[in-house]
Design a protein around this ligand. Structure first.
Ligand code: C2E
Ligand code: MG
Ligand code: MG
Ligand code: MG
Length: 282
């Protein structure tokens, strides 16, 4: 652990450590410039209303096209962005870009689509985050009513009176509020009561071993049932197989997202999906 490592300071001077520290520093520097060099991009993963499998929303997922390393996963650079504080400007860019894309889809006369945007715990803890979000929407001229913010449970480790107030303000703007990775964090059921949530996203770790794993089957079934009783919509994440889909369908899961239906796609591919759906018979 860190403490025992601290007593054995020589550990920090192994060539391996120096290389890793150097690699991290290089990545951090590159990330600082990624925004101005326009290396960030949003992909969009479709969310489908079931059972008819109608495209009703997309989750915006940020990608970094590093000049030498190629595409770097957000699982790698979002934590780095959080440690360095760059998450605030990256988060701003993501929200602006999602608004710009929504405006473009609306201007093209395509059927309405809800865009879900991931919000890091650190963005959420910024003073007057809700006021900031209101300003971004005002500047971009799109209505918040076709947007949803996804906040992970771990972001809510100690939900305070301020958290409740932020949620209430965001909800008042007309934004949907989804609890991401539901079941993996520290939340207690009382958050479901205290926060004005609109959706729960069943984490893909509970979907992966459906329908065979009895614990996951029980957790997924219970989540769907409690959400229904609380008037919340459920999105199942990471649906990869027909057997998973059918299990969730039998339990009236209203919205699904996963590789079975589609991977995250560039905006142009979403435009095509929307256009073909607009022309399909109902
Ligand atoms: P998340 O919000 O839980 O997003 C879902 C992740 O699951 C995405 O990974 C998506 O590509 C992946 N996924 C979707 N369907 C399937 C499936 O059927 N099977 C499997 N194995 N995976 C599936 P991605 O794009 O690598 O993003 C990873 C995480 O990075 C996200 O998890 C989110 O926490 C974070 N992230 C992504 N974009 C942003 C962003 O703009 N802002 C912030 N703060 N975090 C972001
Ligand atoms: Mg998410
Ligand atoms: Mg998730
Ligand atoms: Mg996740």
């Amino acid at each position: 652990d860190a403490k025992s490592a601290g007593r054995n300071d020589f550990r920090f001077f192994t060539p391996d450590m120096n290389n890793r520290a150097y690699a991290r520093l290089m990545l951090e520097n590159a990330l600082r410039h990624a925004l101005e060099r326009e290396e960030l991009e949003l992909d969009y993963q479709p969310q489908w209303a079931m059972p008819g499998q109608r495209l009703i929303g997309v989750e915006a997922l940020v990608r970094w096209n590093h000049p030498e390393r190629g595409r770097i996963s957000p699982a790698e650079f979002i934590p780095l962005a959080e440690e360095t504080g760059l998450i605030q400007s990256i988060g701003d860019w993501v929200l602006h870009e999602a608004c710009r894309q929504q405006a473009a889809w609306q201007a093209a006369g395509l059927p309405p689509l809800t865009i879900a945007v991931n919000i890091s715990a650190l963005q959420f803890r910024r003073a007057d985050f809700a006021g900031h979000v209101r300003q971004v929407f005002a500047d971009s001229g799109v209505s918040p009513s076709h947007f949803e913010l996804e906040i992970t449970e771990s972001a809510l480790m100690q939900p305070s009176v301020e958290t409740e107030a932020q949620f209430a303000s965001l909800r008042k703007l007309g934004l949907g509020l989804a609890l991401d990775d539901f079941g993996t964090g520290y939340s207690s059921l009382s958050y479901l009561k205290r926060l004005p949530l609109t959706r729960l996203k069943i984490d893909r770790s509970f979907v992966r071993d459906l329908p065979g794993d009895p614990e996951d089957a029980a957790i997924a079934t219970a989540t769907l049932s409690i959400a229904r009783d609380l008037g919340l919509e459920v999105v199942a994440e990471g649906v990869e197989t027909e057997a998973q889909r059918d299990f969730l369908l039998e339990r009236q899961c209203a919205v699904m997202q996963g590789y079975l239906f589609s991977r995250p796609l560039p905006a142009t591919a979403i435009t095509e999906l929307l256009a073909s759906q607009a022309h399909a018979p109902a």
